[in-house]
Design a protein. Structure first.
Length: 286
């Protein structure tokens, strides 16, 4: 699988990332099988969070045979240093490791989130100590709100941002271009969320993909279209949704990836205008 540079760090990551929800609610044996498949497909980037059910407990043991070969990213939703410290230590234990490669402030949505993370005893102050101690290597954050993300990016030189880079939100929701521009100016690596998202679930719709709060790609063709759009931007990697089918579709699409042509871009822009992006410049809670 293609690997792209993670900023100027000297690290390269697979263009498809293994989302931790892939092993949430799975058995230990099935979790180990899925991680083994990812390794065989050339994936070296694994992303998880305490909020993903029991994903940490499942991912940690499954990654043990490969820990020195992979890039492990984790997150905290805690905004103050003391609470984040507690959650970090819990994550280390569950993940069966003594270090996290990328630690991220999770789910930045509001100005209050930004203020709390940047406060003297905020989460970022802990992250700096953890990096100095060698407990983490890189510092990042995830967000769905573009304005809050841009404000946080301007306050600190994060190594990366994890953000929705999706064809429908880009064109119809006008979400993403400002992040890509700011990241390019600052040298911040962009990791992509929601590459395979289609729209929000509708009321009374059969939610056959039960690990996503949105309706994801329903076929390899839809998945490939979404991934090609995302990887045609200067992103490092796209994290997969929570179902094994989506992960495998993403791997297949990545293996034969070619950048979208200008005509294909125009077709996607027209298609997006007829759809329902999961995010737009108007903030909507998920």
């Amino acid at each position: 699988m293609e690997k792209r540079p993670y900023g100027a760090t000297g690290v390269s990551l697979s263009v498809v990332g293994f989302g931790g929800i892939l092993v949430s609610k799975e058995t230990e044996a099935e979790s180990a099988r899925r991680v083994s498949i990812a390794i065989d497909r050339g994936v070296n980037y694994f992303d998880v969070a305490p909020t993903y059910g029991n994903a940490e407990e499942r991912l940690g043991p499954a990654l043990l045979p490969y820990r020195d070969q992979v890039f492990l990213a984790c997150k905290t939703t805690q905004r103050d240093a003391a609470s984040a410290q507690k959650e970090f230590r819990s994550s280390l234990k569950k993940l069966c490791t003594d270090r996290i490669d990328l630690y991220q402030i999770h789910g930045i949505q509001t100005d209050e989130d930004v203020d709390a993370a940047l406060a003297p005893n905020g989460a970022l102050s802990l992250f700096l100590k953890l990096r100095e101690q060698g407990d983490i290597r890189f510092i990042g954050f995830s967000a769905h709100n573009e304005d809050a993300a841009l404000r946080l990016m301007s306050a600190f030189d994060f190594d990366s941002i994890l953000f929705p880079i999706n064809w429908a939100t880009w064109y119809a929701g006008e979400i993403g271009p400002r992040i890509m521009d700011a990241a390019g100016e600052r040298g911040t690596a962009v990791l992509a969320l929601k590459a395979l998202a289609m729209r929000r679930w509708r009321e009374n719709e059969d939610r056959h993909w039960n690990k996503t709060w949105y309706r994801p790609a329903d076929s390899l063709a839809e998945a490939e279209r979404g991934l090609r759009f995302t990887l045609s931007r200067p992103v490092v990697s796209a994290v997969s949704p929570g179902h094994i089918e989506h992960f495998l579709w993403a791997c297949d699409a990545a293996d034969r990836f070619t950048a979208l042509s200008d005509e294909e871009e125009r077709q996607l822009e027209a298609l997006a205008a007829t759809g329902e992006p999961i995010f737009s410049r108007v903030v909507t809670a998920i």
